[in-house]
Design a protein. Structure first.
Length: 299
């Protein structure tokens, strides 16, 4: 007589329950993320528009065109310039602000935290238009500078390539610093205060405490915010579109903005736009992978 009990074991039931809970999210991710990726790659191999899309001859001609497209190359340079300058400044400011606002002796902490976080609650389009009006020739910044005697006439910040890029970088730092600060603040609040007290007893000053205790314990959070910031910057669109319109002469245009122009503003070329989008996707994936590997110190 078989002594084995019929039915699933407890471990098998737990495993099945786990898959049941994961299935809806997995199906949605496959439909909303992986299928569009595959579809975008297929479209990137095609030419034409609408129902007249057909595979290109040669099939990788859209990708070959990217190598000779000066505007797309310029958009890559602009985007990486924003990334290299803005992301480190923003994350350093976020860590410093989180450290300052995590002080248990600081009064009105809730008010200050709200003030720093408030910019990221502003609509992307709204804040871009606000910065555009502030830095206009007759805007607030020029008015203040002229009243202080620094300028005699209004300076066209958005009409100069260098100053327009600086305005975009300032806008990005203002908008996203508070967002990243919240993550660092949450990480700091999970660090036992007794660790800092022990370091203080051992004679460690503020800088050594920050560098030897705070930064190592915040490393997972730093890696996460760095990856998110890189991802967001490589897909930057609203600031280029609404703040400078990509000008002057495409000197501030980003990759996503150029893809949008190729799809909807200029003569529609969905195949070429999909090819550029896929290149952006590869850049994001490669940089995220590098950050994860660099940040992973496990044996």
């Amino acid at each position: 007589m078989n002594s084995k009990k019929k039915g699933m074991t407890l471990a098998a039931k737990q495993k099945a329950a786990g898959w049941i809970f994961l299935a809806p999210a997995s199906i949605m991710i496959a439909i909303m993320s992986f299928y569009p990726m595959i579809r975008a790659f297929i479209i990137s191999l095609q030419t034409g528009a609408g129902a007249n899309m057909r595979f290109a001859d040669p099939i990788f001609s859209n990708y070959k065109r990217i190598l000779a497209d000066k505007v797309f190359q310029q958009s890559i340079g602009n985007t990486f310039l924003y990334l290299i300058i803005q992301v480190p400044i923003m994350l350093i400011l976020a860590i410093l602000l989180a450290q300052l606002l995590n002080n248990k002796d600081l009064k009105f902490k809730g008010f200050f935290r709200t003030c720093v976080f408030l910019p990221c609650a502003t609509s992307l389009v709204s804040y871009s238009l606000i910065f555009r009006s502030m830095f206009a020739t007759d805007g607030l910044i020029n008015s203040v500078l002229m009243k202080l005697g620094i300028l005699s006439t209004g300076y066209n910040f958005l009409g100069n390539s260098t100053s327009a890029k600086i305005v975009i970088i300032i806008a990005l730092i203002w908008r996203w610093t508070g967002y990243n600060m919240v993550f660092y603040l949450a990480g700091l609040q999970n660090i036992e205060y007794s660790v800092y007290e022990a370091a203080k007893i051992d004679g460690a000053n503020g800088w050594k405490t920050f560098w030897k205790i705070t930064v190592p314990l915040l490393k997972p959070t730093i890696i996460m915010t760095f990856i998110m910031s890189i991802n967001g910057t490589l897909q930057l669109f609203d600031e280029s579109m609404n703040l400078t319109k990509g000008g002057p002469a495409n000197s501030t245009i980003t990759m996503s903005h150029y893809v949008y122009n190729t799809c909807f503003v200029n003569v529609p070329n969905f195949g070429y736009a999909a090819a550029m989008s896929f290149i952006i996707f590869i850049m994001v994936a490669v940089l995220a992978f590098i950050n994860l590997k660099v940040g992973d110190t496990r044996d």
